[in-house]
Design a binder for this molecule. Structure first.
Ligand code: HEM
Length: 252
């Protein structure tokens, strides 16, 4: 059953997509309106829409892992990886924003910052980030939003995939030593690819920040800006999946 009632006169393109409502949501605050603020808003809004889809697909991935359904999990990871790449590429649109022009409307943002994105934090928490700096960052301004708390209460993706391997009695390292690549190998490598693409988002973002506000300028959210963001590139969702590679080089 549909969650929403279709309009009485039938559905058309604008009605189905709620375009009048959607296109009325870009509201620059600069006065007179700065010609670059629309791009700034749309890249953020589009990223939040993609975060919404990513979270939805991550729920599907978790459900597949919990059912020990390797093939469905593999398909989910493939889609998640494409979405993560898209969201990273969105940032490059803002590379065309020169620093002096951003400075002309930055003041209108007040204390708002991407670091307050509940969906981004929920994605990190769902993926399995439990780094103490991350946990401190999300609690800095009081209780984390409900979706972040719910994500923190779940099993991490790494523990779910390790549980799948245990269920199938397949040691992680054997995926790399077996004679043939298997769907499980593709799944585990797909998760690693997800992390790689996510870290790529972090790098593209920190470079964007350096390019627009410079390496030494603090953020509107109160951090050290690029210096803080560079440190987050060390966060890892899947330490075990990264560490297993060292097996082949005599170190763990
Ligand atoms: C002009 C472009 C941008 C600038 C100058 C910028 C700047 C910053 C800065 C300085 C921070 C650190 C927190 C703070 O103190 O504010 C930050 C965090 C963040 N920004 Fe941006 N940002 C830009 C574009 C974007 C876009 C398009 C997104 C997409 C949603 C985004 C999402 C985030 C997120 C999720 C964080 C938190 C990252 C973390 O804590 O790991 N930013 N941004």
């Amino acid at each position: 059953m549909s969650a929403h009632t279709p309009p009485a006169g039938g559905v058309d393109y604008a009605g189905y997509l709620r375009l009048p409502e959607l296109l009325a949501l870009q509201l620059p605050l600069s006065t007179p309106e700065h010609p670059d603020e629309l791009l700034f808003i749309v890249v953020h809004q589009a990223s939040e829409l993609w975060f919404k889809v990513l979270r939805h697909e991550m729920d599907g991935l978790i459900a597949a892992l919990e059912r020990f359904d390797t093939m469905r999990a593999l398909l989910a990871v493939q889609r998640i990886n494409v979405l993560t790449e898209i969201v990273a590429q969105q940032l490059t649109a803002l590379d065309t924003l020169p620093p002096q022009r951003f400075a002309q409307f930055r003041g209108y943002l007040g204390a708002s910052s991407g670091s307050q994105s509940a969906q981004f934090r929920a994605i990190e928490a769902t993926a399995g980030l439990r780094d103490p700096h991350f946990l401190a960052a999300i609690r800095e301004h009081g209780e984390p939003p409900a979706e972040v708390q719910a994500a923190l209460a779940r099993s991490t993706l790494q523990s779910l995939v390790l549980a799948l391997l245990a269920h199938l009695e397949v040691p992680l390292v054997s995926l790399y030593t077996g004679p043939e690549p298997t769907p499980l190998f593709l799944l585990v490598e797909g998760l690693l690819e997800f992390e790689q693409r996510f870290v790529r988002w972090r790098f593209l973002h920190v470079q964007l920040v350096e390019r627009i506000i410079g390496p030494g300028t603090g953020g509107t959210g109160g951090t050290l800006g690029a210096k803080y963001l560079m440190r987050t590139t060390n966060h890892r969702f899947f330490p075990e999946l990264w560490a297993v590679r060292s097996e082949f080089y005599g170190a763990r």
